[in-house]
Ligand binder design. Structure first.
Ligand SMILES: Nc1ncnc2c1ncn2[C@@H]1O[C@H](COP(=O)(O)OP(=O)(O)OP(=O)(O)O)[C@@H](O)[C@H]1O
Ligand SMILES: [Mg+2]
Length: 298
């Protein structure tokens, strides 16, 4: 279970400027958009302009993931090269990051659906989760994310986040996304096979897995013993994953909840935010995704 010091460290790490997160993003992806692209005769310009920005409060790892999804999408929208500009600005008690690309843009019809989980216009094997994940992260940080786009005229994604009210603490060490060994994860899943797979993935990283076959049993376990995270199936006989999430939100508000969905299940981002669902995992599971989602929610 994350103790107080752990939480403080996380808050401190995030209380850095957004620009350092973006710098990291641009540097980490440079081999892809510079070296690799050049080898195909394609040239990209990726630039950060504006700022400086005051620090914001948030989980650095999550913000990193949100911005990375915007960056990757922008590159993918410019298959023949182009320019991506991150423009940083302070507007009152908010910081604004606008990611402007000059890629293929999107139609109004597409624009209306891009934040929905599983929506993709790319190859069928893509998950279509990038923007719904980014959206969830930004909303949880008290921010907003908007998009302006037109077919053939590029897109601009604008993220607004509240400025931190706490003083930043640069001395605090950064937090890695290491598994929190010994953390107790309650898996609520009616299919024993699915539950077994999760148990194997999580136990191998040192998590203690508690299994329940339905929502009622799961909530009873939460009452009876300490639980650090709940991972619930969405579609189950009896209580649904939404019912479980709502009950946890009301009765165990500090326990993060993740949902598991089958392929093709439509999950409304607003419903996720209302139920304070921290992440969604799609079956069949990719072990890395499960571990990353669980570690960053703890
Ligand atoms: N910068 C952009 N320019 C044009 N279209 C975009 C841009 N960003 C996102 N989109 C559209 O939004 C859709 C959803 O994006 P999202 O990141 O959620 O999924 P994806 O990129 O298709 O797949 P994944 O991110 O899971 O690999 C994309 O398929 C694309 O149609
Ligand atoms: Mg994407």
């Amino acid at each position: 279970m994350p103790n107080g010091a752990d939480r403080l460290r996380r808050i401190a790490e995030l209380a850095r400027s957004v620009s350092s997160t973006l710098d990291l993003e641009v540097e980490q992806t440079r081999p892809r958009w510079e070296t690799e692209a050049q080898s195909h005769g394609i040239s990209y310009q990726v630039r950060i302009d504006g700022g400086p920005l005051p620090p914001i409060s948030g989980v650095a790892e999550e913000l990193h993931e949100a911005f990375l999804n915007l960056l990757v999408n922008a590159l993918e929208a410019m298959p023949n090269g182009g320019r991506l500009l991150f423009y940083l600005e302070r507007q009152g008690d908010r910081v604004t990051v606008a990611a402007q690309d000059d890629g293929h843009g999107m139609s109004e019809q597409t624009r209306e659906r891009i934040f929905a989980p599983f929506f993709t216009t790319k190859r069928p094997e893509r998950t279509g989760l990038g923007l719904s994940v980014a959206w969830g992260i930004v909303i949880r940080h008290g921010g907003t994310i908007d998009v302006e786009s037109a077919l053939g005229r590029g897109s601009t994604f604008t993220v607004r986040l509240p400025v931190s009210k706490e003083a930043p603490s640069e001395q605090q060490p950064a937090v890695a996304s290491a598994p929190k060994r010994g953390a107790r994860v309650l898996v609520i899943e009616d299919e024993p096979d699915v539950s077994d797979v999760l148990k194997e993935i999580l136990a191998a990283e040192g998590y203690v897995v508690i299994e329940a076959r339905d929502g009622a049993e799961g909530l009873a376990r939460c009452e009876a013993e300490p639980v650090d995270l709940v991972l619930s199936d969405l579609t189950m006989p009896g209580m649904s994953g939404w019912d479980v999430a709502a009950a946890c939100r009301d009765r165990f508000p500090t326990v993060p909840v993740g949902l598991m969905t089958g392929w093709g299940d439509q999950v409304d981002p607003e419903e996720l935010a209302q139920h304070r669902v921290r992440f969604v995992l799609t079956k069949p599971f990719v072990a890395d995704n499960v571990l990353r989602a669980v570690a960053s929610a703890l």
